[in-house]
Design a protein around this ligand. Structure first.
Ligand SMILES: [Zn+2]
Length: 101
């Protein structure tokens, strides 16, 4: 991935060796709320862009409920990557029928 501040390629490092930007100190923001198995698809998609991602699972999915609000999974990325990720996801889902299951 690239450092969001200076765009140096910092690979899997948590801190940029050039400008000192620390990804682990960046606040994480939720960019999407989805139901499984879309959470896993989005996770691998975002990872494929070199962007760190976290899945925040609600209580429901812990107990195996995957339908309805209880099964929702929040997709979070560091704030510095939020806008970039939204654009990537928008481009990725463009032209697809959102109602398609
Ligand atoms: Zn940097």
């Amino acid at each position: 991935m690239q450092c969001p501040r200076c765009h140096l390629d910092i690979k899997e490092q948590q801190q940029c060796p050039d400008c000192g930007f620390d990804i682990s100190e960046s606040p994480w923001v939720v960019i999407a709320t989805v139901n499984p198995p879309e959470d896993v698809l989005l996770e691998s998609l975002i990872k494929s862009f070199g962007i760190p991602v976290r899945l925040i699972k609600s209580l429901g999915s812990v107990f195996g409920l995957t339908v309805g609000p209880l099964g929702e999974v929040k997709i979070a990325v560091p704030e510095a990557f939020a806008e970039q990720t939204r654009e990537l996801l928008q481009a990725e889902t463009e032209g697809k029928d959102p109602e398609q299951s």
